[in-house]
Design a binder for this molecule. Structure first.
Ligand SMILES: *[C@@H]1O[C@H](CO)[C@@H](O)[C@H](O)[C@H]1NC(C)=O
Ligand SMILES: *[C@@H]1O[C@H](CO)[C@@H](O)[C@H](O)[C@H]1NC(C)=O
Ligand SMILES: *[C@@H]1O[C@H](CO)[C@@H](O)[C@H](O)[C@H]1NC(C)=O
Ligand SMILES: *[C@@H]1O[C@H](CO)[C@@H](O)[C@H](O)[C@H]1NC(C)=O
Length: 383
């Protein structure tokens, strides 16, 4: 069983030849890595394809995206990073059509004038605003970043942005943070919205105001179903959150938006067509200033201390694995009458709720009513 010297030499030569030719056959090292990366990405994102040739087609798109990501991330003065997230097998057009509701007509500029812009948050010379705001730190934002695509390609961003704004104003005015039902809005607020095909936060507020509230997402869970029948909610036994009204922030003015965000999280429309590869940093375009295809919630603003760049802090509805734990930053300026980028100043809108608006189902109000009735009975007995 001894191996002779010549055999060993032959074996070594063979190994050498094989490894050399292998290198030649498999073209480049990077291509082999791309296939590996794609397989890893498929597993990590729980993806599999059924159609004939679909996997090959998706791999081509994946490679295009990878190239674009690497090119972007190699620019020295970039302000944000791109990466392989759940949308890495989609072309830009597909992302827009499937996920942003390219067919959406509701999030268009022409509808902006159907609700009232007021001066409540209009920026005036001399207004003093905080340099930094993060409503998450004040406990006014539901921790779990919801994912509108959890079950389907539902373009219900408008419902997530609206529910988020109401969750926040409710916490700010009552101290209670209650996660609310996007599905109720998608199923029921259909007078002016198109369910999973698009809509506008303002029309969701209109529904919540007119129908006497929105229920919790525990009572009316998210399904992502586009055409479900609106479930009748037993308002007596179900917890709900009300608002008094809703208003628009003065448009085309980043300083008024800043003032508004200093007071409460604000629902905004944006052009998100190029945001699907974003992973972190301050997104600075490319995007359109006059086009809106996505609704999100501005929950704060600030400045990067290293780069000095001002940004809006925004809650998205793509789940917590997207972007910065579900959030992203968008370039901001401190200039009055500035449009900002990606259409952020075109349709900012917010719900109103005063501290005195009683929620008849809240424990504290219930206790008050109970005490009052109890005293009435006592009084009646005395008389
Ligand atoms: C990066 O530098 C290039 C070349 O100087 C310039 O054209 C580009 O606007 C810069 N980008 C940013 C985001 O500063
Ligand atoms: C409403 O109540 C909250 C806490 O209960 C308080 O922080 C806030 O300042 C109040 N707002 C107004 C307008 O009174
Ligand atoms: C709802 O959509 C599903 C799937 O798209 C379809 O099968 C069903 O018939 C639709 N139902 C109604 C009431 O339109
Ligand atoms: C500030 O920007 C730099 C450069 O983009 C980045 O590395 C850093 O993480 C940012 N800081 C914060 C707190 O996000």
């Amino acid at each position: 069983m001894t191996i002779s010297f010549t055999n060993l030499a032959l074996l070594t030569l063979l190994v050498l030849i094989i490894s050399l030719s292998f290198g030649g056959i498999t073209a480049t090292k990077s291509q082999r890595n791309e296939a590996e990366m794609f397989e890893q990405w498929l597993v990590g994102n729980g993806k599999n394809y059924n159609g004939l040739g679909e996997k090959e087609r998706r791999f081509m798109i994946f490679k295009d995206n990878l190239e674009l990501i690497e090119k972007h991330n190699s620019v020295p003065n970039r302000t944000y990073e791109l990466g392989l997230n759940q949308f890495a097998d989609l072309t830009d057009d597909e992302f827009q059509d499937i996920y942003l509701g390219g067919k959406t007509k509701r999030t268009s500029l022409s509808l902006r004038w159907e609700w009232d812009t007021t001066n409540r948050y209009r920026y005036e010379e001399g207004d003093s605003l905080p340099d930094e705001v993060d409503w998450r730190e004040r406990g006014a934002v539901v921790e779990r970043v919801k994912n509108q695509y959890q079950f389907s390609n539902c373009g219900g961003c408008w419902a997530f942005s609206a529910a988020g704004a109401v969750e926040s104003i409710n916490q700010i005015t009552t101290g209670e943070l209650i996660s609310l039902s996007e599905q109720q809005l998608i199923d029921c607020a259909t007078d002016a919205n198109d369910r999973c095909d698009g809509g506008d936060a303002a029309y969701a507020f209109m529904f919540i105001k007119e129908r006497g509230g929105i229920v919790t997402d525990e009572d009316y869970p998210y399904t992502g179903i586009n055409n479900a029948t609106c479930k009748a909610i037993e308002m007596i036994t179900t917890r709900k959150v009300t608002i008094d009204s809703y208003e628009g922030v003065p448009i085309h003015d980043e300083m008024s938006l800043k003032k508004a965000v200093a007071n409460q999280p604000i629902a905004v429309g944006i052009d998100a067509r190029n945001m699907h590869r974003y992973t972190h940093g301050v997104f600075a375009g490319p995007c359109d200033t006059t086009l809106i295809n996505h609704n999100v919630l501005v929950v704060g603003y600030g400045t990067n201390s290293t780069t000095g760049q001002d940004y809006w802090l925004i809650r998205n509805s793509f789940g917590s694995t997207w972007g910065e734990n579900g959030y992203f930053k968008l370039l901001r300026s401190n200039i009055q009458n500035s449009m900002g980028i990606c259409g952020i100043t075109l349709t900012p809108v917010y719900p109103l709720k005063s501290n005195s608006s009683f929620n008849l189902l809240s424990p504290s109000v219930f206790r008050l009513v109970f005490l009052f009735v109890f005293q009435l009975i006592g009084l009646a007995l005395l008389v």
